[in-house]
Design a protein. Sequence first.
Length: 207
Amino acid sequence: MAQEDRPMPNAALRVLLEAIEEVMGLNGTKAVLNAGGLSAYIDNYPPKNLDMEATFAEYGAAQQAVEDFYGPRGARAMLLRIGRATFQFGLRDQPAILGLAGIALKALPEKTRMKLILERMAKAAVERVNQPTSVREEDDAYYFIVDECPCGWRPPHDKSCCFVTVGVLMEAMAWITGKLHKVEEVACISNGASNCVYRIAKEATED
Ligand SMILES: [Zn+2]
């Protein structure tokens, strides 16, 4: 798309590429990097640091290449898995980009913990990932609202396409509550909305 690129930290793209490799294997990842115009990253992932040398366009291109690889129908489940792995690798190696470094959760009520984590992740997105993000609460759900998304550098979509972030948020909620919570992207920049908006149900769907 004809818009100026937007930098993001090396570590953010690295975690995504590691998650793609976890789900698709080494050869699948190579195919994705080639197809996405990211062959410079083959056997050469971005370093584990917060230098702003990766870009939103690259992050979007990697996701788009996964979607193209599996086709729009098959891609959804794979992108969700990649998102869940992205959260786990991020938590393990790069908790700063998730805002979860040194987090100490005391015996807070479950919904308070969910809100706390979402607010920490939004703050880290703003401060570390160059991604304006906020959290809104309603009676039955939290909303995670992202104003600048790599999907803005992807081709337009008929429907929401940011399943990696849906997976990240699902895994974050599972991590903090031990339960599955329904997460839906109810508006998406790639579908013409002004932000990508994720609805996170307060009530768990299952244990
Ligand atoms: Zn989106």
